[in-house]
Design a protein around this ligand. Sequence first.
Ligand code: HEM
Length: 404
Amino acid sequence: MRPTDTPPSTADLISDPYGTYARLRESGPVHRFEGPDGKPAWLVTRYDDVRAALADPRLSLDRSNALPGNYGGFSLPPALDANLLNMDPPDHTRLRRLVVKAFTPGRVEKLRGPVRSFADELLDAVEPAGRADLLASFAGPLPVVVICHLLGVPRTDQVDFRAWTDAMITPDRTRPHLMKEAVASLMAFFTALIETKRAEPGDDLLSDLIAVQEAGDALSRDELTSLAFLIVFAGYENVTHLIGNTVLALLDRPELLRTVRKDPDGLAALVEEVSRWDGPTPLAIRRFPVEDMEIGGVTVLAGETVLLSLASANRDPARFPDPDRFDLGRDRSGNLALGHGIHYCLGAALGRMETETALAALLERFENLELDVPRDELTWRPAIRARGLKSLPVRWSSDGRTGF
Ligand code: HEM
């Protein structure tokens, strides 16, 4: 079966994502869709289909399986193709096994103290002003500093590093050469950093990744560089928006804010519920069937682009009763915000820890945090792949320290 209903528009998915997804889920499981790049895709909206597709080996992440001319996504230089989110087994299995040996729970735990110090430093800088755009001055810079610390980027290089990553991740479409230059600068930087770490290993993930060996196998230079890029791509904006969306969910619910202040242990449940209810990654990475197949009873041809909506799946009433209700007490097992299957987020523990630590630092310092603009003036980024605010102006008074 090939559905013939009116395709959803990008504009609807941006202006009212959850209302639009609800209508789509009700009218059918899989919809024809024209992506922002003007290329056709299939949009999968129901929980069971999305979860099954995330783990279906017939759906490839390798863009060489896309129909010619059917994929207009952003491409990195060929040397960076060897990254986990552009790979299928057995290459993915080999690479992920090596990476997991270095990206351990112990390494994430060791970051907890530094993450708290970085969060406190950022808040020290804005506290005297009594107001700030929390995205620009806190939720944005924090994950970059954490990635630098994780990879062992020297402090003296961090200003350049942030400028390049920003130019790459949120490019100025009117000046595309800036993005290309940023990618080239970052590539040269990582190549040199890898050589430095090879000669003088430090206590960081990059040094551990260089040292990882298994059955005589090790990561090549291109694989190391690709991985460093992937960590920037996957570990920056997602965390920024998860922090921003969590702060907004609290400011919208003063009662909840009071509850969380009394019980900081509730932060983990809070962050988990925000990731389900308003997570930063509405769509999984595009996938391409390696053979004709059925998804939700709809025939999808080999090489067509398939978009799996994590945002829609996480609001599917068939899985989460009364899904639009924000409810810390609900059963959230099966939350797909961080993916599912072999590509399940490698940085899940780090991303959660960063967000919880950021929230703890913020709430502990400011008792009277409030929005600094009328609620209806907040605007969302005009993207279907990222769910995050453009800015989050807040204010506090200087006697507002709490100590939780
Ligand atoms: C907390 C916010 C985060 C969210 C919502 C998030 C979300 C996701 C999702 C949905 C996937 C699966 C994509 C797919 O299957 O199509 C994924 C994969 C991945 N994430 Fe995250 N992520 C977050 C934080 C991080 C951080 C902090 C890092 C690293 C520092 C990271 C590194 C990765 C990597 C390397 C993969 C690819 C894994 C593979 O293909 O085997 N993520 N992430």
